[in-house]
Write a protein that binds this ligand. Sequence first.
Ligand code: FEO
Length: 401
Amino acid sequence: MNAPIRALGNDLCYIGASDRRTALFENMYPVAQGMSYNSYLLLDEKTALFDTVDRAVCPEFLANLDCALDGRALDYVIVQHMEPDHCAALQEVLVRYPHAQVICTAGAARMITQFFGVDVSSRGRTVREGETLCTGTHTLTFIMAPMVHWPEVMMTWDDTARTLFSADAFGTFGTLDGSLFADERGGSAQWLPEARRYYTNIVGKYGPQVQAVLKKAAGLNIARICPLHGPIWQKELAWLMNKYGQWSAYTPEDKAVLIVCGSVYGGTEAAASHLAAHLAAGGVTDIVLRDVSKTHGSELLAQAFRCSHIVLASITYNAGIFTPMKNFLLDLQAHALRSRSYSLIENGSWAPLCGKQMDEMLEQMADMRKVGDTVTLRSALNPDSRKALLALGDALLSDLK
Ligand code: FEO
C-alpha cells in the first residue's frame, strides 16, 4: 500500500484522514489539535465502505479508497450519517463506483437527494432496526441511532469481528497522528478532555437518545468501537461506556466547582477569585475559574457537564445579564444540562439586576438546585459583600461535603 492507510486485522482498513488546517469544526468549535474524519473499508467476499469524509480531506480519502480496493470492485457503501463531515465525498464515490449499492436508512436516502439531487432508490436498499447485510464471512446488523446526532443516523454491528461502527458516538476532536487506537496514544487519560468536549457540545442535547442506544450496545459483546472521529477504542471500553452513561444522564463526573465570571473592570473577577481561594482553603481541590469573555463556550459547556457545582459571577449590563454570560446560560439551556447545584454573584454599580435574571434562566432548566444566597456587589467588594461572599463559600463547602 502506498497511501497512509492501515489494516485493522485481516479484512478491515482505515481509509480516513486528518485535517490540521480547519480552525473551527462546524464553523463553531475550535479544533487546535485538528480533526479526523474516519472511514473504514471491509474487504470481505464483498467490499463495503463505511461512510466517507469531510470535503477538507476528500482527495486523501479517495486516494486511500482506490489504494485499499487495489483493483477490486466496491460493492456496498454503508451511509451511517449524512452530515457533510461524513458524506462530502459520497457523490464522488457514487460516480466513481457506479455499481456500488447504497445501504442506509430511509432518512439518509432522503438526505442524499436533498444534498446531491440524486435518487439512490434504484441502487441499494434502505434498512431498519435489526436488518442485516452479509458480505461473505461477516454479517452486519444495523442499529438505529436517531438523534445521535441527526435523525437519520444508524450504527453497524459486525458480529464476526465484534466491532461496533458507532457513527458520531464515542468520537473526539483531535487528529490521528499515525496511531489509530486510543491505547496507542495515552488511552483515556489522553483523550478524555476532547472526548468530553466533543460529546457535550455535539451530542449533549440528546441524552435520552444516547441512553437508548447505550441500552442496545449493552447487549453486544464489543471488542472494538470504530467511531467517525478520533481514535478507535479496543481497550477501556467499560470506562468509555461509563462516561457516556454519565454524560447522557447529565450526572456530574466529579465533585467539583466551576466558577464562571463575567467582569469588565475587575470587581466581579476579584469576588470570584476570593470565593475560589475560600473554597480551596476549605479543602476543595477541584476548582476551575474561567473568564466567560475569553473562554470558548465549548470549553465552558464541557466543564459544566463535568462539575457538580457551578458558580456564575456576572456584572449587570444594559439592565440585564452580561452578554457573554447570557450566551453561556443559553448554551447550557440549549444542551439540556440539568441536575446541577448553582450559586450566583451579581454586580451593578447603580442597579444590580442580573442575579434575578440568571436565577430565572437557571430555574427553567430541570432539577437545578441553588446553594446559598445571591451575593450582590456594588462595583467592588466591601466589608458587607465580603461577609456575604464568605457565607456563600461556607454554604458551598458544606454542600460539597
Ligand atoms: Fe461527525 Fe454529526 O457529524
